[in-house]
Design a protein around this ligand. Structure first.
Ligand code: FES
Length: 167
């Protein structure tokens, strides 16, 4: 069987599993999209169409929800996804400076992926840890009280890990 067909069948199996877990109503939409995204890294148009069909919703609605939530991606992302909180409490705590440092350090503007597909830099709304702003999330890990030096250290640590060095 072709690799693409296998991937599609696996995707359908996972969707079946998620529908069983969360139900097939509109209320389950965000959970299903989020879990699918966690498994696949990002959601394709085919994924969204399958979800729409299973939940009996218009594709346009499923796409609108998927593109609204910053933890769900509708385009391919890099190996690591950096989500930086752009809400007011983090901004007031020094977020503007960190925003610039992230763009400089990764070499891409927000919303983009590096040419080597290693990093995607995204703005996000509140990550729920405002007391320790500015805050960013790298993959599933949250980092707070960010300073320019701390950001550089964190990024360097991931780069080192990727090279096979110690974290
Ligand atoms: S405002 Fe940034 S984590 Fe809440």
């Amino acid at each position: 069987m072709q690799t693409q067909e296998v991937a599609m069948e696996e995707g359908i199996a996972l969707l079946d599993q998620l529908v069983e877990e969360y139900g097939d109503t509109q209320e389950a939409l965000v959970e299903i999209l989020r879990d699918l995204n966690d498994d696949k890294g990002h959601l394709t148009r085919e994924d969204l169409a399958q979800v729409a069909e299973r939940l009996r919703l218009p594709e346009s609605k499923v796409y609108a929800v998927a593109s609204f939530y910053t933890l769900i991606s509708v385009k391919p992302t890099g190996k690591h996804v950096v989500r930086f909180c752009e809400d007011a409490p983090c901004h007031v705590a020094g977020g503007a400076e960190i925003w610039e440092v992230l763009e400089q350090e990764l070499g891409v503007p927000f919303g983009e992926t590096t040419f080597d597909d290693q990093w995607t830099l995204m703005p996000t709304s509140c990550l729920g840890t405002c007391a320790v702003g500015p805050v960013m999330m790298v993959d599933d890990d949250i980092y707070g009280n960010l300073t320019p030096d701390k950001v550089r250290e964190i990024i360097a640590r991931y780069r080192e890990q990727d090279k096979g060095g110690a974290a």
